[in-house]
Structures are given as structure tokens and as C-alpha cells.
Ligand binder design. Structure first.
Ligand SMILES: [Zn+2]
Length: 385
């Protein structure tokens, strides 16, 4: 759903960005020179350069404008900047801490300044001002230089929590966690005729659960089994609690470009984030442990599962007429805390005409779910042997 707002994502490019960024961070962790911006699906959408002035870190106003597809005017006589982002007017002056968003005043702890002739705003601008503008939560992980734009609305509403665990089998040994993307107020992308990503992902997840119900030796759990809102942390936490063997997150894609079509597979590998030479302690282990070391065979085995599943799923989706990009490996913020192999699947593009034809087939949900099931069964068989 990120493409919608931030232009097309070339996964290969972003993997490069991740690696580049990892290289930057691996030098001195405390000396973060860039902010990696992640979208709600955990993918990298921008890299903002950081500038230090006294004790404050700044980003360039033009990069902020670009990130949020905004426009702006600078009136040099008054030192006044007026930005227009998503229909909202943001007004501030250089060396003054007050910022107005559609007339409402906010106060920053450090003022916008000029750095080598460029207007720069404190990083705080992104976490204090921007959530009010785009109505999304934005959180900053200062140590790792990560800015996460969540799918969660900034104005929090209260939605009752219900139990999300829906077991299928009883004493099975292979536990699969299926995560239907989005839900509740977070609708995800939308097709021309109004189909919502959150509904399609749930239909597929429920169908997978139903199809695998008869299978022996498999337990299927859904992170949500109804149209309700869940945070990333809630999804990952329930998966970890259930000690799943593999985690599959289902999504659909959207792009302003017609040429973007087909599926995309993202294998979670947070080694790309950690970079070479760093402790892989945060890497994931199938046992659920998070305290292992470099080059452990467990990590290889761990990644093997996710890679195998992604590859098989790509093959299965191709067999029902979809084409796409296979096995993009990246650090996925959504899955960072996951203690099992994780794959994020974008089934197809809601925005593409050919993909829409496939989506409107009466057997679409069934055939896609079958593809998922066959891949999951395949992985189980591989692990058994
Ligand atoms: Zn999505």
C-alpha cells in the first residue's frame, strides 16, 4: 500500500539502500548520519540525510517535502516557509520554534534553521508535526536511525480487543501463522471498484485455514479472523507467543504506474539491516531465541525456510496466471521482532488492469489460497524429510 503515496518502489533499489545504510551504521552506531524511512509494510521508502547543529539533528525541508509529496514557498524577507502537504498548510519561520498546521500551533524544542543555504527542520518536525498532517503515527528509533510511518491513524480510536488466535488442528507439530494485512480502520489499498485490501487478505487467510483444516500435522493460526485493527506489534507478539514455525503476511500492492503488476515476495532478513561484522544477536531463530551469534547454522536454516516458501509460492502463483518478482530479501520492520522465518507476500497490484482481471475471476480467492496451501504443505514435507 506504500506505492500509493510515495511513488513506485523498486525493491532491488531499496535493498541497495538498506545495504548502503547498514554500511553507514556499522561504522559507529551512535553516529547515525541518515534516517531510513519505513512505510506501514516495513519497506524502506526514503533515506534522509541528517545534519547536526548544537545538540539537535536536522533534516532538509526539501527532503521532507519530497517524502510527503508536498509543495512549498519560502518568503525570504520574512524568513517564512509555507508548505502544503496532503491539503494541509504548514507555516513556520526560521529561528522560531512555533509551527502552525492549518492554524493550529505546535512548538518545537529547536527552531528550523538554514544549513548551507538550505532550510532545515529538526527531526522532531517529523514526529511531532507530520503525524498531525498525514494522520499516521510516526515513530523514531533514534539509535538505529529508523523512522517508521505506521498504518495506524494518528487520532487513536478505541476498538475492543478480542482474542486473535484461531487454532485449526489439535496436536499438530507444524505451526503456520497467517497474517491478513491491515484490518479495521486500516483499510490498505483499494481497487477501482472499491474492493479493499483488508477484506481480500482476510478472505484468503480464512480460506487457507479452512483448506488446511483437514491436513494432519499442521496448525494454522490467523493474527486476525475478523475485520479489526491490529498493530504490527500485536501481530508479531501473538505469532511469537504461539511459537510458529513460519509466518506469512498477506498483502496487495498498489502503484500509480500501470507497468507495476504481479506478485512480490519479501523474505525477512534483518542481517541486511545489521550489516556485516555486527552482532547477529537480533537475527531470528526458529527456536524463538534471539541471542545467537554470527554465522550460526540455525540462521542459515532459518532463512532457508523463508526462502524456500517464497520460491515455492512464486511458482504456485505463476501456475495460476500471475507473474512477479521473486524473493526480495530485506529487513522488514514489521517482522523485526519475529522469532520465526517470515515472508511478506504482495499477491498482485490492485492498480494494474491485467491483475484486476485475475482478481475478478470467481475462483480467485480459492486458487490463490490453494497456492498458499500447496506451498505450506511443501515446506512441511521438506522439513519432515
Ligand atoms: Zn498492505
Amino acid at each position: 500500500m506504500a506505492d500509493q503515496r510515495y511513488g513506485v518502489l523498486r525493491p532491488g533499489f531499496w535493498v541497495f539502500v538498506c545495504l548502503f545504510w547498514a554500511f553507514m551504521v556499522s561504522d559507529v552506531m551512535a553516529q547515525v548520519t541518515h534516517l531510513q524511512v519505513l512505510d506501514a509494510d516495513g519497506r524502506s521508502i526514503a533515506l534522509l540525510e541528517l545534519f547536526q547543529r548544537q545538540s539537535t539533528k536536522y533534516v532538509l525541508e526539501k527532503e521532507v517535502k519530497e517524502l510527503f509529496s508536498g509543495t512549498g514557498i519560502y518568503e525570504s524577507v520574512m524568513g517564512r516557509v509555507t508548505l502544503t502537504i496532503m491539503g494541509k498548510k504548514i507555516v513556520f519561520r526560521l529561528r522560531q520554534n512555533q509551527v502552525k498546521v492549518d492554524g493550529e500551533e505546535y512548538v518545537l524544542s529547536a527552531p528550523p534553521v538554514s544549513i548551507s543555504g538550505n532550510i532545515a527542520v529538526p527531526v522532531e518536525f517529523l514526529t511531532v508535526i507530520m503525524p498531525a498532517v498525514i494522520d499516521k503515527q510516526i515513530t523514531l528509533d533514534q539509535n538505529n536511525g529508523i523512522l517508521q510511518i505506521s498504518g495506524e491513524s494518528f487520532a487513536k480510536d478505541s476498538e475492543p480487543r478480542t482474542d486473535s488466535h484461531v487454532p485449526v488442528g489439535s496436536d499438530a507439530e507444524f505451526r503456520v501463522i497467517i497474517d491478513p494485512g491491515h484490518g479495521g480502520r486500516d483499510t490498505g489499498s483499494r481497487t477501482k471498484i472499491g474492493q479493499l485490501e483488508k477484506d481480500q487478505t482476510l478472505k484468503i487467510a480464512q480460506q487457507i485455514k479452512a483448506m488446511l483444516a483437514a491436513e494432519e500435522g499442521i496448525d494454522v493460526y490467523l493474527t486476525r479472523s475478523s475485520d479489526r485493527y491490529l498493530t504490527t506489534t500485536e501481530r508479531v507478539n501473538s505469532a511469537n507467543t504461539l511459537r510458529g514455525h513460519v509466518y506469512l503476511s498477506i498483502h496487495f500492492n498498489w502503484s500509480p504506474f500501470q507497468r507495476s503488476r504481479g506478485f512480490g515476495m519479501y523474505v525477512n532478513n534483518n542481517r541486511t539491516r545489521l550489516g556485516p561484522g555486527l552482532n547477529l544477536g537480533a537475527d531470528m531463530l526458529s527456536s524463538g531465541g534471539r541471542d545467537s551469534v554470527n554465522s550460526s547454522p540455525e540462521i542459515k536454516l532459518f532463512l532457508f525456510r523463508a526462502r524456500w516458501l517464497a520460491k515455492e509460492l512464486a511458482k504456485q502463483l505463476e501456475s495460476i496466471g500471475l507473474s512477479g518478482e521473486q524473493n526480495k530479501e530485506a529487513f522488514l520492520a514489521d517482522m523485526d521482532d519475529l522469532s520465526m522465518p517470515g515472508v511478506l507476500v504482495e499477491v498482485l497490484y490492485f492498480s494494474n488492469r491485467q491483475d484486476q482481471i485475475i482478481l475478478s475471476r470467481p475462483d480467485f480467492i480459492n486458487s490463490v489460497s490453494r497456492a498458499f496451501c500447496d506451498s505450506i504443505l511443501g515446506l512441511r514435507d521438506v522439513l519432515r524429510n
